[in-house]
Design a protein around this ligand. Structure first.
Ligand code: NAP
Length: 278
């Protein structure tokens, strides 16, 4: 009797999870590549996270993405951790190894850099100072990716300064902390500007930053992707800066997991953007 063919399975775990765009990304790639697999959104509470991660391999799952609020917790539960997940301090891509062990990776920094490389082809992390607004989980991934990509100076401002100071202590002397009210000065001479706060998102306050000191050759990007053109990007566009929206980061960070779990390399293109935005 021939062995039953295994149906490739992966998914995303978070709480809440209904808003997640990841199932659309994976469905698009599975359909396009003709893979008879499934990617399932799963609402899991913090107390159940460990049980879920230990049992999913037995149910045939190859891996899962992990999103808010489980990214740090998932890293702590892993049996093996990638270098970049250790540096970022959280996991978003979990792969179940052949023996059922949990391998944790973080692809947010990869997604961030790939989005800039693909959508602002002349952009270079080492071209000059990077200015980052925000000091939460996403900012950690952005700082780590700038350091890995060769940035010499990373300027950081956060509403709660102590969180930015903590990142300065952790990531070292390349990080220079500015007061939140000094953001205008922080942008002076910056070559990349990143909004890694939730300001500008639908339903949140607008990001109000004086861009007077910003040079036209700076690339401005926003991690917020709803709306696609945030007030910060619209303002930066109006003064002639190149801008890159945050949707690409979301799309690129999903690719390494897809490749690991479903065995084929997916592409990020306009058809995917359209499918995700539909
Ligand atoms: P987080 O850990 O909760 O951090 C939130 C950040 O926003 C903190 O720096 C916080 O400052 C700041 N903030 C919130 N409200 C603010 C306000 N009213 N004024 C000034 N600063 C404010 O969240 P996160 O995971 O880092 O995510 C940050 C943003 O990035 C979210 O919008 C998220 O959706 C987006 N994101 C996008 C992608 C992508 O693929 N495009 C990936 C990850 C995250 P305090 O420290 O002072 O509270």
């Amino acid at each position: 009797m021939s062995a039953l063919k295994r149906i490739p399975l992966a998914g995303v775990i978070g709480s809440p999870i209904a808003h997640s765009k990841s199932p659309r990304i994976f469905k698009h790639w599975l359909t396009k590549l003709g893979i008879p697999g499934y990617y399932i959104p799963m609402e899991v509470s913090s107390v159940d996270l460990e049980d879920a991660l230990r049992h999913l391999p037995q149910l045939g799952f190859s891996g899962v993405n992990v999103t808010i609020p489980h990214k740090e917790h998932a890293l702590g539960l892993a049996d093996q951790v990638s270098d970049r997940a250790a540096v970022i301090g959280s996991a978003n891509t979990i792969t179940f190894l052949a023996d059922g062990k949990i391998y944790a990776d973080n692809t947010d920094g990869y997604g961030f850099v790939e989005n800039l490389k693909q959508n602002a082809p002349t952009w270079k992390a080492g071209a000059g100072p990077a200015a980052i607004l925000g000091a939460g989980g996403a900012a950690r991934a952005v700082i780590a990716s700038f350091i890995e990509s060769g940035a010499a100076e990373i300027r950081l401002a956060n509403r709660t300064r102590s969180r930015a100071d903590a990142l300065r202590r952790e990531f070292g002397i390349k990080v220079k902390v500015f007061d939140w009210v000094q953001v205008g000065n922080m942008l002076d001479g910056a070559k990349t500007v990143v909004n890694a706060t939730s300001l500008g998102m639908v339903g949140k306050s607008e990001m109000r930053v004086p861009l007077d000191g910003l040079s036209k050759d700076a690339v401005v990007t926003d991690l917020v992707y709803a709306p696609l053109e945030t007030p910060l990007l619209a303002h930066a566009n109006s003064i002639g800066c190149e801008t890159v929206d945050g949707l690409g980061m979301l799309l690129y960070q999903a690719a390494p997991g897809f490749e690991r779990w479903f065995g084929m390399t997916p592409t990020v293109d306009d058809a995917l953007r359209t499918a995700v935005l539909r």
